[in-house]
Structures are given as structure tokens and as C-alpha cells.
Design a protein. Structure first.
Length: 518
């Protein structure tokens, strides 16, 4: 016989039901009597294809909307990106912290990294709180190459003064690609050390800017040559830290300047006696460059500058145009014997100016006079003696010129130069000339004076002495007869000293082969 199951009393059943209701009221929020139903609707995500992105560039975060349709609610725990190419994307957060009911949505943010060209795929994975299985959406992006154009694509700066001028040109850089780019910097591909091209920040709007497709910025390109040569380079624009092959342009220009040089350098003046005036040389400067040059001063300087005299010049105070010449005249007058040098310098706008080396040799000039002294003896007052000849000889190693014969001393008026073949004469070494002097006292007594002959060399002198006497009353005072006339067979040849207007007469004695001057 089966054992009967005890039936609970009606009172006990009622107590159990009430207890269950109280417990339910304590557990469920808001006094709900039952847990909400787990959503079994559909979650969608859009858009899942990100815009094209430039390689090696992290795009701005793109918003992907998560929308729920259906019964119940879903509570999102986290959003992740998974897959072999997940590294091509970057999750930037979401605002999906609360549950989503029917017709509600939230947003998650994803950026493209695009480390290489082409399509990339990954999974946008949604993990829920609760038993609902995770949702996975295929996410894609496309890496594209940066595309830029530079206008103009070629710049020729033309001829620019090296080390003195800088020219500027402005170019427009435009993003002609499919994706945004970040402008980084510009470089110029050219031989090492030839950094003649550069970009200036003042007037440029590209530095650090983000260029959306179709946007442009400005670059101010400078050309500052430092050599007188032709320059050419490729200007490369870097975006996203890589050079853009489509963003290149060519730049070119030529460095120029004035090239002023002496047609002869060094300039030799030859030899001249120390203290004399030597040769005068014309020095010509020629500009063979492609720019004019202006000089503001020309001087003789350095070394033995005192032995070279700048007589005139036509090179300063005006611009010497390309292909033109100017000239200067310099005289050599050595102050001392030996090798002498200086330079003719022109200074102006150009760097360094122009230097012309001047060279010459100073020779030891020396002269002698014979006799070194002469006594005319006695001479009646107010009469003149016969002429006495004083011979002046070039005792040095260089041509010697004379320009002045004089009588000096307290009683210089008691003697008279009656003939002068030396003034204006240029004597070769060992050659001679003559000066003739008369004693012409005007009273009794001893008279003294000095005969001096001067020129390129130190002056030579001879002492003159004579005694004036009173003439006897019975003797008529008369002038001594003139010197005898020269032979009719003598031939006369006139020469002029290059530094004097005086002429002298050189008489050659055909019979004896010797010559004398008068």
C-alpha cells in the first residue's frame, strides 16, 4: 500500500506565497516584480568602411553608430578590434556605457593607421553583459599614397649676385589626393655643400598644416647663391614624415658677380735711381663678370708705397659695367735702392676689392764733380775771368738726370754760370756733362761760393774761390775775351731730358772721337 504524500494546509501555502512576493520586492529595483527580458533583437553598425587614409598617417577618429532594434535590452560590456590586420586601426573609445533598448544607439570611434597601401580588414567586436553572444562586424580601410602638386612645378631664379643678393618665389602646394595629409617639411636634393635654396617661414603657410583633399598652402622659396656657378635642385615636399613623389618641383638659378682684374698683374716698373723719377705705367682694370662693380676709392698702399705715386685714375665713383675697362697711371720714384713693391688697391661694394701688385728696383744713383774745388786766382774788380770747366759724371749704376745748376753761398753773386750742359740731361752710367763758371768780382778781396748741380742723385758741389783786386789806373778794365769757337767740323745733336723742358747741345769732336757738351 503506497505511502500517502502529506498535503500542506491552506494556511501554510498562503504564507509561502506572501514570503516569495516580499523577497521579490526586496531584490528587484523600483519594486519590479520580474527581471527585464534579455534582448534578442539586432545590433547594427555603420559605417564600417573608413575613408581612404594616407599611408603612415593616423586619420581623425571616425564615428561608427551602433543601433539596436528588437525586444528587450542589450548592455554592451566592451568594444574591441580584432583580426590579423587589427594594427591598421585604432580604437578611440565609445559612449555605450548604458543599455540599449529598441530604437536606441550609441557611438564608438575608430581611426585608420594605414601602414601600407591597399585595403585592410579587421573585426569590430561587441561584447555584452549577459548571455547574449558577441557581435562581429567587418571593418575596412584603404591606404593611399599622398598626392600633391606644386605650382609652378619649375622655378628659374635667373642670375643673382653671389653672396650679396637673395631672391624669393612663392609656390602653391595642393593636396590632389584622396586623403588628408599633414605637411612636415621641405628639402632640396643637390650636391653636398651647395645649400643655395631654402624656404622661409615668413610668408609660408604650409608648416604643420593638415591639408584635406583639394586644400592648398603657400611656400616661400629662397635662392641665395654663394658661388658664381649654375645651381639646380629638386625640391621635395614631405607629408606624414615621408617625401611625396608627386609633390616635387625643380628649382634653378645662377650665381653671378663682377670679375674685375688687372690686364697685367704684377706690373713691373723696371729700374730707376733712388731719388729719381722712373717710368709711368698705365694700369688697366677689366670687368669680365656678369654684374657691374663700383669702387669708391683707389690708393697705393703696403710695403714701399712711398716709392709709387698714383698720378690719376678713372676707376672710382662710377660703376664698371661688364665688358668695360678703366685705367690708372702710376709713377715709380724709388726712395731707396733695392727691390721695391706695393699694391694699387681699389675698394668698393664688392668683397675683397681689387689688388694690383707694383714692382720696381731702386738703383744707387751717384754723381761726381771735378774739380771738387777751384781757385780762380786774382781778377780785377768789375771784370770777368775766363770760363772754367767743371765736369759732372754719373758714377752710379743707373741713368741719372740733372735738372738744376746753381751757385750758392754768401758771395754767390761774385761768380757766374757761363755754360750749362747738365740741366735737362740724362746721363748713362760713366757718362759726363759740363758746367762752366766765371769769376766776376765787383770789389777787392777774397771771394767764396759753391757750385751745386742737383737732380736724381744727391747734389754734387765744388768750392769756388777767387781774389778781387783793384785794377791799375793805367789799365783799362775790360771783359776777358770769350772762349774760342768750336771747330767747324763739329756736329750738333740735341737731346731732351725726359723730366725737363731744357735742351742741351752735345758736340762731338770728329777728330778726337771725344765729345763735349755746351
Amino acid at each position: 500500500m503506497p505511502t500517502p504524500i502529506a498535503q500542506p494546509s491552506r494556511f501554510g501555502t498562503t504564507v509561502l506565497i506572501l514570503l516569495a512576493l516580499v523577497l521579490a520586492a526586496l531584490v528587484l529595483p523600483g519594486g519590479a516584480l520580474a527581471a527585464p527580458e534579455e534582448g534578442n533583437g539586432t545590433l547594427t553598425a555603420s559605417p564600417l568602411t573608413l575613408p581612404p587614409n594616407t599611408v603612415n598617417y593616423q586619420s581623425s577618429p571616425q564615428s561608427i553608430q551602433l543601433s539596436y532594434e528588437g525586444e528587450g535590452e542589450v548592455s554592451i560590456n566592451k568594444v574591441t578590434i580584432e583580426g590579423e590586420e587589427a594594427g591598421e586601426f585604432l580604437f578611440n573609445g565609445a559612449n555605450c556605457a548604458s543599455s540599449l533598448g529598441n530604437g536606441q544607439s550609441c557611438e564608438t570611434y575608430v581611426a585608420s593607421k594605414a601602414t601600407n597601401l591597399g585595403l585592410h580588414h579587421a573585426w569590430l567586436t561587441i561584447v555584452y553583459n549577459g548571455p547574449r553572444p558577441e557581435d562581429r562586424f567587418e571593418l575596412s580601410d584603404r591606404g593611399v599614397a599622398p598626392q600633391l602638386t606644386v605650382e609652378p612645378a619649375s622655378i628659374d631664379f635667373g642670375l643673382v649676385r653671389a653672396n650679396r643678393e637673395t631672391l624669393f618665389e612663392t609656390v602653391q602646394v595642393k593636396n590632389t589626393g584622396e586623403a588628408e595629409v599633414t605637411f612636415n617639411f621641405v628639402d632640396f636634393q643637390m650636391p653636398p655643400g651647395e645649400n643655395a635654396f631654402w624656404t622661409e617661414s615668413n610668408g609660408s603657410t604650409c608648416w604643420g598644416s593638415n591639408l584635406a583633399p583639394g586644400q592648398s598652402c603657400a611656400l616661400r622659396v629662397a635662392f641665395s647663391p654663394h658661388q658664381r656657378i649654375g645651381y639646380a635642385a629638386e625640391m621635395r615636399v614631405f607629408v606624414n614624415n615621408v617625401p611625396s613623389a608627386a609633390g616635387a618641383a625643380t628649382v634653378s638659378g645662377e650665381g653671378g658677380g663682377a670679375t674685375v682684374q688687372a690686364t697685367e698683374n704684377p706690373v713691373s716698373f723696371g729700374a730707376a735711381s733712388a731719388g729719381s723719377s722712373g717710368a709711368v705705367r698705365t694700369i688697366t682694370l677689366e670687368n669680365t663678370g656678369n654684374f657691374g662693380e663700383a669702387f669708391f676709392i683707389g690708393v697705393v698702399a703696403g710695403g714701399d708705397a712711398g716709392s709709387f705715386e698714383l698720378l690719376s685714375e678713372h676707376c672710382t665713383m662710377h660703376e664698371l659695367a661688364p665688358g668695360h675697362t678703366c685705367s690708372a697711371q702710376v709713377r715709380f720714384h724709388p726712395l731707396t735702392p733695392g727691390a721695391l713693391s706695393a699694391h694699387l688697391a681699389f675698394f668698393g661694394e664688392g668683397e675683397g676689392g681689387v689688388m694690383v701688385q707694383l714692382e720696381g728696383e731702386g738703383l744707387l744713383g751717384a754723381a761726381s764733380i771735378a774739380p771738387g774745388s777751384f781757385d780762380f786766382g786774382t781778377q780785377a774788380a768789375n771784370t770777368r775771368s775766363a770760363s772754367h770747366v767743371f765736369t759732372v759724371t754719373n758714377a752710379g749704376s743707373a741713368p741719372l738726370g740733372f735738372d738744376h745748376v746753381s751757385i750758392g753761398g754768401a758771395e754767390q753773386d761774385q761768380f757766374v754760370v757761363s755754360g750749362d750742359d747738365c740741366s735737362g740731361d740724362l746721363l748713362a752710367p760713366a757718362e759726363s756733362c759740363e758746367v762752366r763758371v766765371r769769376f766776376a768780382p765787383d770789389s777787392a778781396g777774397v771771394k767764396h761760393a759753391v757750385l751745386r748741380v742737383s737732380g736724381d742723385a744727391p747734389a754734387v758741389a765744388s768750392s769756388l774761390t777767387g781774389t778781387g783786386v783793384e785794377p791799375p789806373p793805367s789799365v783799362s778794365q775790360r771783359v776777358a775775351p770769350p772762349a774760342a769757337a768750336s771747330s767747324s767740323k763739329a756736329k750738333k745733336h740735341r737731346h731732351r731730358h725726359p723730366h725737363s723742358g731744357s735742351r742741351f747741345v752735345r758736340r762731338y769732336d770728329v777728330r778726337g772721337g771725344r765729345h763735349a757738351r755746351r
